[in-house]
Design a protein around this ligand. Structure first.
Ligand SMILES: Nc1ncnc2c1ncn2[C@@H]1O[C@H](COP(=O)(O)OP(=O)(O)OP(=O)(O)O)[C@@H](O)[C@H]1O
Length: 331
């Protein structure tokens, strides 16, 4: 059953067309990753899903109703904006209790409900500390905790890990993973980090210019873009690497090769990668090797028409290199 249905939705701000005929369907229990270039329309979409805005054209249905229809729907749909602030003098527990009261969680259930959420978001030990002393990551998890009060059907998280350090990101990921595994909440999650969408999400949608450029199961999007893999090798010496790079350059199934010191990188098809490694291994001592499949990054670049050849120094695909690059290139 679809818990979210967005049909041919458009939204303009003045003369900016933020969404332009966007359609999307999300099944209940899905963890959906939303990504796109800056200004693609992600936040605009999220505000429509949360009932904070109305489309100029088209329809939006979340949890079976128009999200602007009133509080019953908004009870079931929670939006965590990129920056949520809390009164610094209150404790995490007090804030969650306040939200539980506001969300009409019955008085006798409140303590248990709040305790459970504190555990879910990993703040049980810090529950009685003032949030003014919380780290950025703890604040973000408290924000997620407030969104979980009253067991919503849909969680909409706008770049929830932006600006967090690796430990903060890891802690947040663990919370999302346990929610996805243990509840049937539908999570819609935007991020500029494709790796995290790959890790957390079952489905992904790529938005470009206010429309859906590509959507589908994450694995399917990756496979669709997987016509080439990158083989990275570290050899025993620069001389060996130079020889291996020359041999690889002569190999018919290798589309590009680059070398930096004792490291060599080649692009080839998934089926040829291991034969090529074997051939190099017979001629030279390989210290380390890695075969990387293109991730969602390749699907993203294919969808928005930018150059996916992000490996520095590689001499790949001159046709793509000459094509238009409307921003959003890999770092
Ligand atoms: N309130 C507003 N007034 C005017 N223009 C707006 C407003 N909100 C969004 N826009 C414009 O609409 C377009 C889509 O913005 P939106 O914030 O939805 O993109 P986004 O994909 O979330 O971007 P980012 O990844 O940078 O957060 C942008 O051109 C933006 O400048």
């Amino acid at each position: 059953m679809n818990v979210i249905e967005v049909d041919d939705v458009s939204k303009t701000y003045g003369d900016v067309q933020a969404l332009d005929g966007l359609s999307l369907a999300v099944e209940r229990g899905t963890t959906l990753g939303v990504f796109g270039t800056n200004g693609a329309g992600k936040t605009t979409l999220f505000k429509l899903l949360a009932g904070l805005n109305r489309p100029d054209r088209g329809s939006v249905s979340v949890a079976g109703a128009d999200p602007t229809d009133g509080t019953t729907v908004r009870e079931r749909v929670r939006y965590l904006p990129e920056h949520a602030g809390f009164p610094p003098s209150l404790t995490g527990r007090e804030i969650l209790r306040f939200h539980a009261r506001m969300r009409s969680v019955p008085r006798e259930d409140r303590s248990h409900h709040v305790e459970r959420i504190l555990h879910t978001v990993g703040l049980a030990d810090a529950a009685d500390r003032r949030v003014g002393g919380y780290s950025n990551g703890m604040n973000r998890r408290l924000g997620l905790g407030t969104a979980l009060v009253g067991e919503p059907a849909v969680l909409i998280l706008d770049e929830p890990t932006a600006g967090l350090d690796p430990d903060g990101i890891q802690a947040f990921h663990e919370v999302v993973e346990s929610l996805a595994a243990e509840t049937d909440v539908t999570i819609v999650f935007s991020s500029h980090a494709l790796g995290e969408i790959q890790r957390l999400c079952s489905e992904a949608v790529i938005i470009a210019d206010g429309q859906v450029a590509t959507a589908g199961p994450v694995g399917q999007l990756r496979r669709a873009a997987a016509d080439e893999v990158t083989v990275s090798l570290s050899l025993a010496s620069d001389a060996a690497a130079s020889g291996a790079a020359t041999d690889l350059g002569d190999h018919g199934a290798v589309s590009s090769v680059s070398r930096s010191g004792a490291d060599v990188t080649a692009r080839t098809t998934p089926t040829e990668a291991y034969d090529i490694l074997t051939a190099v291994g017979e001629a030279y001592d390989i210290d380390r090797f890695e075969v990387r499949e293109p991730g969602l990054e390749a699907a993203f670049h294919e969808a928005v028409g930018t150059d996916a050849a992000g490996d520095s120094g590689s001499d790949s695909t001159p046709a793509e290199a000459a094509s238009e690059k409307p921003g959003g290139e890999p770092a």
